[in-house]
Design a protein. Structure first.
Length: 394
């Protein structure tokens, strides 16, 4: 009798981590024999002076470049189309993402459509897109400017689909393939020093949510489980430090690496938090990390009977002394720790305080069932459950 079904595990690409990593950008481009990169970024990164550092690195290597920076906080299929047009009209041959999760996700989708027939519709995970995506895409280099999404090593790209008629508003959809992982990820702690406290908190809680949902997801991936727990240890030890002292470059570096690790881990799967949070970016709108932070405690309570032992392990990873606790007590202590983080990091008290109109909850619950993430939640979710979880987090 076969004990294990066949699994394919994909390890992250090359990761270069350290102060000044962005300065090596031009030399990395040359390793692909590329001649003209497309820099994908957004207004925030430009205004912070970070994109200029990438441009300086390319100039120092004698590389011309094109720039596409019309990326929204929740990138749409329309902006992807325009990015592809820029890539082709400028005769680019490599894509460089300099930004947070939205920028990196957009860069992945732009890269996809440089060699795959548009539109994006056939490539979304919920319509079997994995089987249609080939590896014949230009190289991708990611330079994350926040410590949260870890999109530089994840297999997913979350895009806001504006073409659907299934709801009365746009809906986030995922493109998932191992080929989405960047060829090189440059993790430079120095460029995250300028993140304000609110963004530091939101992105940090995003990373913690990744670690918790990945560890409890139902796929069999012991490698990812080990990485998730270590990521949680690092994030727990440093999130308060960077929130209260944004210039602590050592803590910034630990957060950046922890975020990267947590994102690698979620190739094991995510869960109901993300299926719920994805709806809020377009319908509230509430920033993704903030939505995750608010939703995480009620979802953990919902999952508790199906993940008690794993929540006890998470408690230990979050620095809780569980030596005098049974598994149930330890698991509840983990939930309490997340609530304490939310209080200290000044997260809104609930989705209502964050800006959600309560009348939208029934529609959001239905939409959450269309999101693929909950398929790996430790407890099976129904539409009724999704609505109840929104209400619990309100």
């Amino acid at each position: 009798m076969q004990k294990f079904q066949m699994q394919n595990y994909f390890l992250p690409p090359r990761i270069e981590f350290g102060d000044g990593a962005i300065q090596n950008l031009g030399e990395h481009v040359k390793t692909f024999d590329a001649k003209k990169p497309l820099l994908v970024s957004d207004a925030g990164v430009i205004n912070a002076g970070i994109l200029a550092k990438a441009i300086d690195a390319l100039d120092a290597s004698g590389l011309p470049h094109a720039i596409y920076s019309d990326i929204e906080p929740n990138p749409t299929d329309t902006s992807i189309t325009h990015g592809v047009e820029t890539y082709k009209s400028e005769a680019c041959d490599v894509v460089i993402a300099v930004g947070g999760g939205s920028v990196m996700d957009a860069a992945k989708a732009i890269r996809l459509l440089t060699t795959h027939e548009p539109p994006l519709e056939p490539y979304y995970a919920d319509v079997g897109g994995l089987e249609r995506i080939r590896d014949d895409m230009p190289p991708l280099i990611c330079v994350p400017t926040t410590a949260g999404t870890g999109s530089e090593v994840s297999q997913g790209a979350i895009i806001t689909d504006t073409s659907l008629n299934t709801t009365d508003r746009w809906r986030k959809r995922a493109i998932v393939t191992p080929f989405n992982m960047s060829n090189i990820a440059l993790l430079d702690p120095g460029i995250t020093l300028g993140m304000p406290p609110a963004l530091t908190a939101a992105t940090g809680m995003d990373a913690i949510t990744h670690g918790i949902e990945a560890y409890t997801a139902t796929k069999y991936h012991p490698i990812a489980e080990g990485v998730a727990l270590q990521a949680l240890r690092m994030l727990n030890a440093n999130i308060q430090k960077v929130y209260h002292d944004g210039n602590d470059v050592t803590a910034r570096g630990e957060m950046l690496l922890g975020s990267c690790m947590a994102a690698f881990a979620f190739q094991k799967g995510l869960g109901a938090v993300h299926s719920l949070a994805h709806q809020l970016s377009t319908d509230a709108p509430i920033p993704h990390g903030v939505a995750n932070a608010i939703l995480l405690p009620p979802v953990m309570e919902f999952n508790f009977s199906h993940a008690t032992e794993k929540y006890a392990e998470i408690a230990r990873a979050l620095g809780i002394d569980t030596s005098n606790m049974d598994s149930s007590e330890a698991g509840h202590a983990a939930i309490d720790k997340i609530k304490a983080f939310n209080t200290e990091l000044n997260m809104p008290a609930g989705l209502g305080a964050a800006g959600l109109d309560r009348k939208k909850i029934p529609k959001l619950g239905a939409d959450a069932m269309l999101d693929h993430c909950h398929k790996f939640n430790p407890r099976v979710c129904t539409e009724v459950d999704m609505v109840a979880l929104f209400e619990a987090a309100f």
